[in-house]
Design a protein around this ligand. Structure first.
Ligand code: UDX
Length: 442
């Protein structure tokens, strides 16, 4: 089998490399000639554990190539995956599909023999049909089918998510298209991964419904965390207590500063817009978007309150800037809103992140970036933990205390035990757990 992957962003690159690992011949195509040259030299533009090795070994085996030549790649392919960006449109929050439609037109011009055109990017319901319409209009003679195959990859564990997914969702409506898709995922059939064939619209909606449900789960536990603080309950125990119910499940019940990243913020907003457009509003999701936005700035307030109500002229040490660990992605990271609010309030912010600082430097011009966690704390009035990188989980507390000018920690990811921190002589603020350590969890 041979495929062309159009777009070498996060989804395209990971999916292309993983398909080649399955034994498929893959050409990853991008208009950015510079990026393609760098990929040809083995340089990976994103940080994703294991991806460099996967690209290197499959490129060496000749199964994975990179090219700017869409025409040739499409002509040789059994299936063409559209994995270009679908950013939120400025102003109205709808997904911007101009890159998807431009790719569809270019692909149409190149088709020679029967080809399956697959949308891999997260696209609103109806996009597959529109792609079909564009291809038919551009090339009425072309023999093709359209399919939808959303990805459920998490940054930081994307390769494992692709290789051992909970399920694969395929929107395909002809036997011929289904057969091509089945062949591509043959390796997963062998390990008995559930593969769900649906209508194209259904597959498109599954992706949004999945991400929106997870974002709702996080937002729910975040609000429960706020309530826990008021009534003296412990959100970890509440999460465990409800999560053990198989109908609810344990995952995505970790309270924190709000969800960020390249998917949840964009996808929740796009689904709200789609629902409004079809006059079937999703009021729960509208509330989720609103609560999550406000939560990010509320976290800055929490740091300010920990400093006695004002950070004017004070120094805040911030550990972690990316939206979650094991990524260099800063998109919609809670740290962006937190830093902006702290700077507005007159604080001086010193920060460190293991992978995100190159990107953060472009987005946070007022922040002082430090070389490691301890340098960040030097002389600071408060330490705020914003992303739960492993290296922040076992800090030398004596050293932290000696470095800070006041021993206050605001732990927005609850990575420490209130008992341990308070015993080490800190004033400890966290999320949804009583200040006085009553907790039995941790
Ligand atoms: C997500 C989906 O999980 C994935 O299936 C989809 O393909 C893309 O979007 P990703 O954005 O990589 O993946 O990150 P994820 O691990 O899901 O976390 C998203 C955000 O939610 C992060 O900001 C994270 O910190 C936050 N989160 C997650 C919580 O605050 N609490 C949790 O319990 C889980």
């Amino acid at each position: 089998m041979r495929i062309a992957m159009i777009g070498t962003g996060y989804v395209g690159l990971v999916s292309g490399a993983c398909f080649s690992e399955f034994g498929v011949e893959v050409t990853c195509v991008d208009k950015d000639a510079d990026k393609i040259t760098r990929l040809q030299q083995g340089e990976i533009p994103i940080f994703e554990p294991g991806l460099d090795q996967l690209v290197k070994s499959n490129a060496a085996a000749g199964r994975l190539t990179f090219s700017t030549d869409l025409n040739t790649a499409v002509k040789q392919a059994d299936a063409v995956f559209i994995a270009v960006g679908t950013p939120s449109r400025r102003g109205d929050g709808h997904a911007d599909l101009s890159y998807v439609y431009a790719a569809a037109e270019e692909i149409a011009q190149a088709i020679d023999e029967y080809t399956v055109i697959v949308t891999k990017s997260t696209v609103p319901v109806g996009t597959g049909r529109e792609v079909e319409r564009i291809i038919t209009k551009t090339r009425p003679d072309a023999e093709f089918d359209v399919a939808s195959n959303p990805e459920f990859l998490r940054e930081g564990s994307a390769i494992n998510d692709f290789m051992r997914p909970d399920r694969v969702v395929i929107g395909a409506e002809t036997d011929r298209a289904k057969e091509v898709m089945r062949q591509l995922y043959r390796v997963l059939y062998l390990i008995e991964t559930p593969i769900l064939f649906t209508a194209i619209e259904t597959s498109e909606l599954i992706k949004y419904a999945a991400n929106t449900f997870l974002a709702t789960k996080i937002t729910f536990i975040n609000e429960i965390a706020d309530l826990c603080e008021q009534v003296g309950a412990d959100v970890h125990d509440v999460a465990k207590g409800i999560g053990l119910d198989g109908r609810i499940g344990k995952k995505f019940l970790h309270a924190g500063p709000g969800y960020g990243g390249s998917c949840f913020p964009k996808d929740t907003l796009a689904l709200v817009k789609t629902a409004q457009q079809y006059k079937s509003p999703l009021r729960i999701v509208e509330a989720v978007v609103d609560v999550n936005d406000k939560r990010k700035t509320a976290m800055a307030r929490r740091i300010i309150d920990a400093c006695g109500g004002s950070v004017n002229g004070k120094t805040v040490a911030m550990l972690g800037l990316t939206f979650k660990p094991n990524t260099d992605d800063m998109r919609d990271s809670p740290s962006l809103s937190i830093v902006a609010a702290l700077i507005d309030a007159g604080a001086r912010v010193q920060a460190y992140d293991p992978e995100g600082m190159d990107e953060a430097k472009k987005l946070m011009p007022d922040v002082i970036f430090c070389t490691d966690a301890y340098a960040t704390m030097e002389g600071a009035d408060v330490l705020a933990i914003v992303t739960e990188w492993n290296e922040f989980r076992s800090l030398d507390l004596a050293r932290v205390k000696a470095s800070l000018s006041t021993p206050i920690i605001v732990d927005l990811r609850n990575i420490y035990s209130p008992n341990d921190i308070e015993q080490a002589g800190f004033e400890y603020h966290c999320v949804g757990r009583p200040a006085m350590a009553r907790s039995t969890s941790q």
